[in-house]
Design a protein around this ligand. Sequence first.
Ligand code: AMP
Ligand code: MG
Length: 487
Amino acid sequence: MKPLDELTFDNRFARLGDAFSTEVLPDPLEAPRLVVASEAALALLDLAPAEANTPLFAEVFSGHKLWDHAEPRAMVYAGHQFGGYTPRLGDGRGLLLAEVVNSAGEHWDLHLKGAGQTPYSRMGDGRAVLRSSVREFLASEALPLLGIPSSRALCVVASDTPVWREQQERAATLLRLAPSHVRFGHFEYFYYTRQHDELKQLADHVLAAHYPACREAPNPYLAMFSEVVERTAEMIAGWQAYGFNHGVMNTDNMSILGLTFDFGPYAFLDDFDARFICNHSDDRGRYSFSNQVPIGHWNLSALGQALVPLVEVEALQGALALYLPIYQAKYQDLMRRRLGLTTAEEADQALFERLLQLMQNSAVDYTLFFRRLGDTPLEQALEVLRDDFIDRDGFDAWGDALLARVLRQPQETQAERQARMHGVNPLYVLRNYLAQQAIEAAEQGDYSVVRQLHAVLAKPFEAQPGMERFAQRPPDWGKHLEISCSS
Ligand code: AMP
Ligand code: MG
């Protein structure tokens, strides 16, 4: 463990030079104060939990102070937004402050979101509001615990700096951590501006820093693309299995490391709804829950297009063709675990689909269904759960199929079964209404609710006495909260 002012830096991306990013200093916020910090994220930087409570911490992460060896830069990238290409986006309100090397030798990008205007801000003010910063913080730290790769969040800092959205709000910052902030849109930028030398330089950087094993392959760029296909497919399988709707899967929000990245109006499903759209600006449902699977493929093909100067088209297509099989294998594996299945059978996918259809028709709570399935022996659990379904006969038939299926696998005690199932079926997920309650308190200057919610979500599988209210279905007001894109 070390103090904040003794971090070690190695700013690899900054060294790529001005074609890739622009030097910009953070613009400090007024009256900064810490809203919440993640102990787990602090540990990634070898920082003790107490570091977050020092005055220096809030000063650094609100742009007032900087390490001598930091090299803050705004990255340039482009991207397909809702299917249309925007030739230049870039960090309009975030800065890559520095790359930290921890004691395990891992590199972590420190990205300060809400750091002020940059050459890429276009009409924007370069700021982030408190509500969106809290939402990104909570999700970043919750997803990895469900086994879903994600960028991480060190802290949120609130301020008195006013910002104007639909109404006046106050600016905040979020310190995001990720091994890399390179997005699909970085490659698209250099491809479409015909800067093919820089495209290669970027690919070489990503290979050296993040996919060193791919450099041994006959075509390292193809090997890297195949890895990205695999990681993206597996990440999306995690979203689908756990009911996570990202909401803005533009290619500039897709991480080259297959991390859940750039959280906007995301949501965890309450009631199961395949057609759910968390982003209320997404009129046509391009990024609806069930569309995430084909959109993952679409985005990977946009990345593949940008790699054409480096890899033969047929080879890229061959790698892309593996997306769906990889997705399906991972999704089925996760769903089997969620249902308590320890073996694989051909008909399992049909079993999942029938369950989801029944849930959809009866608006069954997606998280609690799986949790309750493990609470008691299967026959008993089915007896209780059937009450949530309108089509009882349909549910009974499904339950009989599951029971028969379970009898064909090695038997275990209920205690063993429960431990295994509860280990993959969270009791607590980041429901929209819980985030909303935490945000409303934080906007009044009360940070205790955010901190408590963060602490509960740090142990999603463990029943925590006194925290029952965090495991409840939403009240009526919290069912259809509209989360806007403005953040
Ligand atoms: P996002 O919706 O956060 O993925 O952002 C899409 C693009 O808009 C990125 O280039 C952002 O940097 C930029 N952007 C979003 N909000 C702002 C803002 N308030 N000020 C400047 N640029 C912004
Ligand atoms: Mg973005």
